[in-house]
Design a protein around this ligand. Structure first.
Ligand SMILES: Nc1ncnc2c1ncn2[C@@H]1O[C@H](COP(=O)(O)OP(=O)(O)OP(=O)(O)O)[C@@H](O)[C@H]1O
Length: 235
């Protein structure tokens, strides 16, 4: 699914997000980078139409009526909600709502759990560690197999193995279904590993957007240049 954003403004006490125009090509993995408070979550929440916005239009494959595309989008939020029920039920919740055949639900669960091999599917999900809960929330979003996947720092609490498996999972579904994936991350190396397009935000605006290669080899914005240089020396 492609996304076209025009004149988008979201205000809280101050302007949290102000984007003149942004086009995200369908089928791409797009990493959203930026310092704390730069508007990454707000952008994701506007696209997911969580709290509405003050100005602007968002087109989803040319469609501006969100109700018509709602069931094509899934999101994993920064602090995902975990329901007081077994892990398995947390993961397949959306599929249950769709009243899919039990066999199909079990097959999908098996397919996607093969990335993490969670062996505590019957455990109450409220008792999971931060990284375990993140894997459950990620699977809950991915298992729906929707054309647009919005992920807010999905691997922030995961160990390195979980992080790399998540990256493999995202690449695999992107390849299999052409899923458009928008992923917020603070890990520039993760962005470099998986993104086709990288966006850098500052103070509610997009200050740099480029292909992976151009972004990392030839950054234009002074702040981005400075941050990438620091990353290289692991400072
Ligand atoms: N519910 C809210 N009420 C008031 N201000 C908010 C609210 N949510 C976000 N903001 C403000 O909007 C701005 C952008 O916040 P946002 O969460 O989008 O940033 P972010 O780039 O995702 O940050 P982080 O990297 O810390 O997750 C910040 O100044 C934040 O304080």
């Amino acid at each position: 699914m492609n996304i076209l954003i025009k004149g988008l403004v979201k205000e809280y006490e101050k302007v949290a997000l102000s984007i003149d125009e942004l086009f995200i090509e369908g089928g791409k993995i797009v990493a959203l980078l930026g310092l704390n408070g730069s508007g990454k979550t707000t952008l994701l929440e506007c696209i997911a139409n969580f709290k509405g916005y003050d100005k602007g239009i968002i087109y989803y494959d040319g469609e501006e009526d969100f109700e018509r595309v709602r069931n094509k989008i899934s999101i994993m939020q920064q602090r995902p909600y975990i329901f007081n029920m077994p892990v398995k039920e947390n993961i397949i919740l959306g599929l249950r709502y769709q009243r899919l055949d039990t066999k199909i639900i079990e097959e999908r669960l098996k397919k996607y759990n093969s990335y993490y091999n969670l062996n505590f599917l019957d455990k109450n999900a409220k008792k999971l560690s931060g990284g375990e809960a993140a894997k459950v929330a990620l699977l809950r979003a991915v298992i729906l197999e929707r054309p647009l996947l919005l992920l807010d720092e999905p691997t922030a609490n995961m160990d390195i193995e979980g992080t790399l498996m998540t990256e493999k999972l995202l690449k695999d579904i992107n390849k299999e279904f052409g899923t458009t994936i928008l992923i917020v991350t603070h890990d520039i190396f993760q962005a470099e590993r998986i993104a086709d397009i990288v966006i850098f935000m500052d103070k509610g605006k997009i200050i740099e957007m480029n292909t992976n290669e151009e972004f990392f080899n030839n950054p234009k914005n002074p702040l981005v240049k400075k941050i990438l240089k620091r990353g290289e020396v692991n400072d």
